[in-house]
Design a protein around this ligand. Structure first.
Ligand code: EPZ
Length: 417
């Protein structure tokens, strides 16, 4: 196991270069299955989740080579259409590989990805959409077998604007016969990035990033090179790290319009934020003011920033109210923050945080990716030495976190236990 040892109370100052987006890279890596040819990707973060996704491609027979943040995939030699259970269960979002596999091979076998720390995370919207596309689905003993002669374009309405389901429908229908329309589609920037990537491959996708996406099936897709968009949640994480230490940071290689709700909320809390071309500068007063947040599908306040913002609000002036509307179990990190002296009350979807002067260091345990990041944020602002255990969760989604934080003045050390 590994842990972070963080000596809190140090102002973060300087420049940070944000990595490529985890949540754009995963569907784009899966989409490289579709062209049966070569795909060159740049700016892919070297993190556990992208490593697992590439491992699955290799297992299925693709050729994969990596050189820094450049990845080369050739899916021509791919021969298997069955995702191995042990790899499937290592990550929730492997389910979007199913859409790419069935999109090209008209068959796929995979297992239920299983819930995770933040909720049950069912895939009913994915499977119902596959059925609408003419894919037969058989389930038994946790295995899901998809098979069809051809995929026929359909009109699909999503009960909930699910990010993964929207991505899976796009992946399964780019080579379909006819037109597919998704209504109530998720509008996250990662979906737009996937569509731009696929259109560069020769797909015909319109409306990605809005709630109505139209995919016109094509016969063939060609080789492609692509640079993945910056990670908007990593961007928000570093803004909150600056905020919690009263620091002054410049973030480079970012897309400010991807994090509008986060910028507005930080400004409401008293932070001074300048937005430039692919750049954000944040300066923070001694004490932030309490603010209320409600998580919503994009373009609302992102659920992935809820825990990170919550950690920052534990020492804001006043009482903040958080409402988590997307996942049913995304407050576990708050119990850990109470060990550091945070004053918190949880009532169902609502968490009430009464700001205290300062948190005190403690040994705390990560239970999920963004909850773990929240504990790091809390440790950066706390008095004394905080130990964050189980940081494997954090390494799933943040590339070289301790290196980036050290460069801007944090005292954080990675320790094997
Ligand atoms: C994606 O997960 C992201 N992961 C999550 O980021 C993010 O929190 C989430 O979208 C919401 O923005 C990746 O992109 C790899 P959903 P996904 O389908 O696709 C319910 C992180 O920290 N639902 O939009 O799984 C579901 O239970 C991760 O980087 C169904 O009920 O999210 C949840 O309550 C965490 N049935 C809600 O919809 C389904 O078939 C949103 O889920 C699918 C989803």
């Amino acid at each position: 196991m590994q842990e972070y040892i963080i000596e809190g109370g140090r102002k973060l100052e300087g420049e940070v270069y944000i990595s490529g987006s985890k949540n754009a890279s995963l569907p784009i890596i899966a989409a490289s299955i579709l062209n049966g040819s070569s795909t060159k990707l740049y700016h892919v973060p070297n993190i556990h989740d992208t490593q697992i996704t590439l491992k699955i491609l290799k297992y299925l027979g693709c050729k994969v080579s990596k050189n820094g943040d450049k990845i080369e995939i050739n899916s021509k030699p791919m021969k298997s259409t069955e995702i191995p259970e042990d790899l499937m269960r290592q990550m929730r979002s492997t389910v979007i590989m199913a859409g790419a596999i069935v999109g090209r091979f008209k068959e796929a076998v995979f297992t239920y990805p299983g819930g995770c720390e933040i909720g049950a995370r069912p895939i009913d919207l994915h499977l119902n959409a596959f059925k609408k596309l003419g894919i037969n689905i058989e389930e038994n003993a946790g295995f899901i077998r998809c098979k069809c002669d051809k995929i026929i374009g359909a009109n699909i309405n999503l009960d909930f604007p699910s990010v993964g389901a929207t991505e899976n429908i796009i992946l399964a229908s780019v080579l379909a016969e006819g037109e597919t329309t998704i209504t109530n589609a998720a509008m996250e920037p990662e979906i737009e990035d996937l569509a731009i990537f696929l259109n560069r491959m020769g797909a015909k996708i319109e409306g990605a990033g809005t709630n109505i996406v139209k995919i016109t099936g094509v016969k063939k897709l060609k080789e492609v090179s692509y640079k993945v968009m910056p990670d908007r949640i990593e961007t928000g994480t570093f803004l909150c790290a600056a905020a919690v230490t009263g620091g002054n940071l410049i973030l480079n290689q970012v897309v400010p319009e991807h994090i509008t709700p986060i910028i507005y909320k930080l400004q409401e809390a008293g932070a001074k934020i300048e937005v430039g071309n692919k750049k954000i500068e944040i300066q923070v007063p001694k004490k932030l003011k309490a603010v209320d947040i409600k998580t919503m599908p994009y373009p609302g306040f992102p659920t992935d920033m809820q825990s990170i913002f919550g950690a920052m609000l534990t020492t804001a002036k006043g009482t903040s109210v958080i409402i988590e509307n997307i996942f049913e179990n995304r407050y576990k990190y708050l119990t850990e923050l109470q060990r550091m002296g945070a004053k918190i009350q949880i009532e169902g979807k609502m968490a009430v945080i009464k700001g205290v002067k300062r948190l005190s260091a403690a040994t705390v345990t990560s239970t999920d990716l963004r909850g773990g990041a929240a504990l790091v944020i809390a440790g950066l602002g706390a008095r004394g030495i905080t130990k964050v255990e189980n940081i494997e969760y954090i390494q799933r989604g943040y590339e070289k976190l301790e290196e980036k934080l050290t460069k801007i003045g944090a005292k954080i050390e990675l320790k094997n236990t």
